[in-house]
Design a protein around this ligand. Structure first.
Ligand SMILES: Cc1cc2nc3c(=O)[nH]c(=O)nc-3n(C[C@H](O)[C@H](O)[C@H](O)COP(=O)(O)O)c2cc1C
Length: 189
């Protein structure tokens, strides 16, 4: 399966990138190819300007060249995985902007569906699962991302996974990497 791996983190040495690499290595061993999309290094502009604003009366609107290039990158793959740190109980702005701009009306929704059957989101969470559960952050993130984005865009094989405790201890950080590899091991071609 040709997989677009979208990563949103400013630093290649981050735990987020280490988890993305562990995941990529594992699925590459299961017959997948991986095309990396390093949004920060590529300088993706997350701001939705008038050219990319949906025209609700015209699902055939032609969007900006940058959005068209992102669409082409998605369409030459057949699965999408996003790996990102949880920032303020959500995804980083650059990734949110990638969804805002690229997953546009008339292409990902609005009489259409996102072109991939499988889209997974892997969020690297700083604090513990207990802390997330205590305030309902885990349910809030799942509702927002899994129902609000993935289900809304017609994705059947959808998953939102949170790997907890990234900044709690060295052992926890290591387990985030092994959890990312374990997720990759559940990748059926
Ligand atoms: C701007 C910012 C906001 C953050 N917000 C949260 C948060 O809401 N919840 C959380 O569990 N961790 C939060 N963190 C911690 C990150 O999730 C943590 O740094 C990341 O998961 C793992 O480290 P990495 O940056 O080396 O990949 C935040 C970090 C930053 C920089």
């Amino acid at each position: 399966m040709k997989t677009l791996l979208v990563v949103a983190h400013p630093r290649r040495t981050s735990l987020t990138f280490a988890a993305a690499e562990a995941f990529a290595r594992t699925i590459e061993g299961r017959n997948a190819t991986v095309e990396w999309a390093d949004l920060v290094r590529e300088g993706f502009d997350p701001v939705l300007r008038p050219t990319d604003e949906p025209d609700w009366n015209n699902p055939a609107k032609v969007y900006s060249a940058q959005v068209q290039a992102e669409v082409a990158r998605i369409e030459r793959n057949n699965a999408t995985v996003m790996v990102f740190p949880v920032w303020w109980w959500s995804m980083p702005a650059i990734l949110k902007g990638w969804v805002d701009r690229v997953w546009n009306h008339g292409w990902a929704y609005g009489g259409r569906a996102y072109p991939h059957r499988r889209v997974w989101m892997i969020g690297i969470a700083g604090t513990s699962a207990e802390a997330y559960r205590k305030r309902g952050y885990d349910d809030a993130i799942r509702t927002q991302l899994e129902v609000g984005v993935l289900e809304y865009c017609g994705i059947k094989d959808r998953r939102v996974e949170l790997l907890y405790g990234a900044i709690e201890s060295t052992e926890q950080a290591e387990s985030v990497i092994s959890d990312a590899a374990a997720l990759g091991a559940s990748w059926a071609p």
